[in-house]
Design a protein around this ligand. Structure first.
Ligand code: TRP
Ligand code: SF4
Length: 341
C-alpha cells in the first residue's frame, strides 16, 4: 500500500487527458514526475474537469484519453505503490472546495491572469486583452485556476511541479490559501510553491513546438518504423539544403534530441561533421534515432502489458481514488467546520 503518512513534503500535479503522450510530454513532465516520486509524497491526477474548461468535448474521447494517458504514465514508470494516481472527477470534494474558494476570490484576481488570457486568445474567445473583453470569457475558463487551487490545497501540497505558464495559477493558489486562512481565522492551508525544473527543449519534426494539434509529434506509442520515418524527415539547419553545405547544430531542431540522447563522443563527432559538412543530415540523425528507438523499446513493452491488462489500469485508478478521497474527506471536514456548512 502507498505510504501516505505526511513525513515527506507533498506534491500535487495534474494533467489534462490529452490521450497518448509524445516525446515533449515525456521530457517536459513525466521524467520529472518519475524522479520526484521517491523523494516526495506524490499525488498525480488526470484533470478531466479541466478538459471541459475550453468547451464541450466528446464524452468517449475524454474517457479513452484518460485511460490511454494513464497507461502511458504507468509505462514510463509512475508507480502506484509510490504515488497516488487518480482521476479528478472521482473525487467530488474538489468541486466542493472550488465552490467555497469561489466565495473568497475577487474577480480581478481572475481577470488579470496572463495564462488564461493567452489561452482565451488562442482559442478565439477574445481578440483583445482589455478587461471588458476578458470579462466576457465563460466562468469555467476564467475560473479554472480556482479549481486548480482546490486540486492543490485539498492535499495541502507544499510543492507543485509545473511549467512556467502555470506559475500565475500557483500564485493565485497562494493568495487563496492566505485569504481563506485569514477570513476563517484558521491555519488549514499551506502556501505552496511551484517546483520549476529545467525543461529540455524538444521541437516537433517541423521545427515548431511539439504538439499533437500541429501533427508534428513523435508519439511514445508510435510503431518503431514510424518513429524512424518521422525523425529521419525531421527539419534540420536550413543552411544544409545541400549535402556539401556546412551547418551549425545550434540552429538545428533535430539536434535538441541529440543533446538528450547521444553520448558526449557522439555529440562531438556530429558537431564537427555538421560544421565541416563531413556527414549528411540523415546519417547524423540516424545516430540519435538509434538511441530514441532503444529507449522507446522498453516503454513499448511495458505499454503492451498494460494494454492487455486494462482492468488493472482501472484498478489503479480505483485504488488512487480511494486514497485521495480519504485525505479529501479529512480536509473537507476541517473546512466545513470553520465555514459552518
Ligand atoms: N491547469 C493544468 C494544465 O492545464 C492542469 C492542472 C489542473 C494542474 N490542476 C492542477 C496542474 C493542479 C498542477 C496542479 O496543465
Ligand atoms: Fe542537424 Fe546533424 Fe544536419 Fe547538422 S548534420 S543540421 S546537427 S541533422
Amino acid at each position: 500500500m502507498t505510504d501516505t503518512t505526511p513525513t515527506r513534503q507533498t506534491i500535487v500535479s495534474g494533467f489534462r487527458p490529452t490521450g497518448k503522450l509524445h516525446l515533449g510530454h515525456l521530457h517536459g513532465t513525466l521524467t520529472n514526475w518519475v524522479r520526484l516520486q521517491s523523494e516526495y509524497r506524490c499525488f498525480f491526477f488526470v484533470a478531466d474537469w479541466h478538459a471541459l474548461t475550453t468547451g464541450k468535448t466528446d464524452a468517449d474521447s475524454i474517457r479513452s484519453n484518460t485511460e490511454e494517458m494513464v497507461i502511458d504514465w504507468l509505462s514510463v514508470g509512475l508507480d502506484p505503490n509510490q504515488s497516488v494516481i487518480f482521476r479528478q472527477s472521482d473525487v467530488k470534494e474538489h468541486a466542493e472546495l472550488h465552490l467555497l474558494f469561489s466565495m473568497i476570490t475577487p474577480t480581478p484576481w481572475l481577470i488579470r491572469n496572463p495564462t488564461v488570457k493567452e489561452q482565451a486568445r488562442e482559442l478565439g474567445f477574445i481578440d483583445s486583452d482589455d478587461e471588458a473583453a476578458v470579462a466576457t470569457i465563460h466562468y469555467g475558463l476564467l475560473g479554472y485556476p480556482v479549481l486548480q487551487a482546490a486540486d492543490i490545497l485539498m492535499y495541502k501540497a507544499q510543492r507543485v511541479p509545473v511549467g512556467v505558464d502555470q506559475v500565475p495559477h500557483i500564485e493565485l493558489t497562494r493568495e487563496i490559501a492566505r485569504r481563506f486562512n485569514t477570513v476563517y481565522e484558521a491555519s488549514i492551508f499551506p502556501e505552496p510553491q511551484a517546483l520549476l525544473t529545467e525543461i529540455p527543449k524538444i521541437l516537433g519534426v517541423d521545427g515548431r513546438k511539439m504538439s499533437k494539434s500541429y501533427g508534428n509529434a513523435v508519439v511514445l506509442s508510435d510503431p518503431p518504423q514510424e518513429v524512424d520515418t518521422k525523425l529521419s524527415r525531421m527539419m534540420t539547419d536550413p543552411r544544409r539544403a545541400r549535402r556539401r553545405d556546412p551547418g551549425d547544430p545550434a540552429d538545428c531542431p533535430a539536434f535538441h534530441l541529440h543533446r538528450l540522447y547521444c553520448t558526449p563522443e557522439e555529440i562531438e563527432f556530429v558537431t564537427n561533421g555538421c560544421k565541416t559538412a563531413d556527414i549528411g543530415c540523415l546519417e547524423c540523425k540516424k545516430i540519435m534515432i538509434k538511441h530514441v528507438l532503444d529507449d522507446l523499446a522498453e516503454f513499448r513493452e511495458k505499454r503492451r502489458y498494460w494494454e492487455n491488462h486494462r482492468d488493472d489500469v482501472r484498478d489503479v485508478l480505483r485504488e488512487g481514488e480511494r486514497q485521495a478521497v480519504d485525505i479529501a474527506r479529512q480536509t473537507m471536514a476541517e473546512v466545513r467546520e470553520v465555514v459552518g456548512v
